[in-house]
Design a protein around this ligand. Structure first.
Ligand code: HEM
Length: 435
């Protein structure tokens, strides 16, 4: 029988916790180089098998559904907020994905374009003149405003702080293992959870009573959704569907925006190309949705930022049945992290990976599953298409109106649990001289 994967070196007691709570993507790349495609790590009281590299991504794509479960990592999102899609497998999963996909599509963004741009402009207007804008916080508010308008037509601003704190606590408990499960019994969290679920239910009821007549969005889809056997989903699952956009997107999208702001400030050549492209695409004060397709530098910026700074650099799973990978046995019950974004930093897939290059061939990388900021396989991100368009649109609006200056020092990336520039990352924002 094959042996267990080797243990990566780490500190006594802490194991690899410090590096995994910091720049986790860099840790995963360094450890891949040192240990190879499969190894074990410890982080405080948790133990993981890490699978990384091109063959690990292919394994997740081809055999993920058969040998892995997401229940341990994502069960908390399901039990606390009814987000079932993350934990289902097989036919029920494929069915629910189809239902959700129709409510998370780019077409919805096109249909709500005027509302989304108005919400974006409102948020950006508050950034102007700030000498130390807390980037992550403001980008989270911006992403939440955009996603709630796009997916539900509702304004979630009044509940932003409740949504963010409850969501982050669930992630810290269930995925990062930073706090024990007892943290989800704290009265403050229980109140926040009850408020969020009541909000979701009231949005669903309000929509059922007063249909908008516009294109069906996430609320309409959740109200009418039936499971794979034709039975209506229970109310808690429909509430989870209504909340899906905030929960899946609020941190990931905000981290992407934050890293893009940093990249633009650090690469004046990229900024100049993006700015020229955006100015040519604007018609006076207006940016038409259709123009977003023809912005290659901006699209390259989004994809290159996701390559270098992936906000979700791995897929966490639990093993359902023993299997062998690269000469090692991985046993049932083990927790596995498939470090899907490690190939992003390998020269055999992305020449001179340390260069920030917006002209790379990302489509080829995607086809080969080595470019995987949204993971690969059956649970691959349902918001990927929407995210890419929204990110292009957001940066276009940002550079058109604002000039952002970042401090001239390297980022201190921190993982909560997705890597981001940290709460202290701040920039100076000035208005752009009238064009
Ligand atoms: C930069 C932005 C985003 C990144 C990097 C990202 C990344 C990911 C990744 C890596 C997964 C796979 C998780 C796994 O393997 O278990 C995932 C799943 C998912 N994402 Fe995203 N995501 C982003 C934005 C969004 C947005 C805006 C939405 C929707 C509103 C969304 C909806 C989902 C859903 C529903 C799933 C679960 C799919 C399933 O389990 O079948 N994501 N995302």
């Amino acid at each position: 029988m094959n042996p267990s994967p080797p243990l990566a070196p780490g500190l006594p007691v802490l194991g690899n916790a410090l590096r995994m709570m910091g720049d986790v993507q860099q840790f995963l790349v360094d450890t891949y180089r040192q240990m190879g495609p499969v190894y074990r790590v410890r982080a405080l009281n948790q133990a993981f098998v890490i699978m990384a590299g091109e063959r690990a991504n292919r394994f997740l794509l081809e055999r993920g559904d058969e040998v892995f479960s997401s229940e341990v990592s994502f069960g908390g999102l399901n039990s606390e907020f009814g987000m079932r899609v993350h934990v289902l497998r097989g036919r029920p999963h494929r069915h629910l994905r189809k239902v959700l996909a129709t409510g998370l599509s780019r077409d919805l963004l096109a249909a709500r374009w005027d509302d989304v741009t108005a919400a974006t402009e409102r948020e950006l207007a508050q950034w102007r003149g700030q000498r130390a804008l807390p980037v992550v916080d403001r980008c989270q508010r911006l992403a939440a405003a955009q996603l709630s308008v796009a997916f539900t037509g509702a304004n979630s601003a009044a509940r932003f702080a409740t949504l963010r704190s409850a969501f982050e606590l669930v992630l810290d408990v269930t995925i990062a293992g930073k706090w024990p499960a007892a943290a989800l019994k704290l009265p403050a969290y229980r109140r926040a959870r009850a408020e969020i679920l009541a909000f979701a239910r009231s949005c669903l009821a309000e929509r059922a009573a007063h249909p908008t007549g516009g294109p069906a969005d996430l609320l309409d889809r959740a109200n009418e959704a039936k499971d794979e056997n034709g039975n209506p989903y229970p109310l808690e699952v429909r509430a989870g569907m209504a909340l899906q956009g905030y929960f899946a997107g609020i941190n990931t999208v905000a981290y992407l925006y934050s890293f893009m702001m940093y990249a633009l400030a650090r690469h004046p050549d990229v900024r100049a190309r993006v700015l020229a492209e955006v100015d040519a695409a604007y018609d006076g004060d207006r940016l038409d949705f259709e123009r977003l397709r023809g912005l290659p530098a901006l699209h390259g910026l989004v994809l290159e930022t996701l390559r270098v700074y992936p906000p979700a650099p791995g897929s966490a799973r639990t093993v359902l049945e023993d299997f062998d990978f690269e000469g090692f046995r991985i046993e049932r019950g083990k927790r596995v992290l498939v470090a899907t974004s490690v190939p992003h930093q390998l020269a055999e897939h992305f020449p001179e990976p340390e260069l920030f290059d917006i002209d790379r061939d990302f489509a080829a990388g995607r086809r080969a599953s080595v470019y995987a900021p949204f993971s690969v396989g059956s649970h691959t991100c349902l918001g990927a298409g929407m995210t890419e368009v929204l990110a292009v649109a957001t940066v276009a609006m940002m550079v058109r109106r604002l000039t952002v200056t970042a401090p001239d020092r390297p980022l201190r990336i921190t993982a909560t649990p997705g890597p981001n520039p940290g709460r202290r990352f701040a920039v100076t924002v000035a208005g752009r001289p009238k064009i």
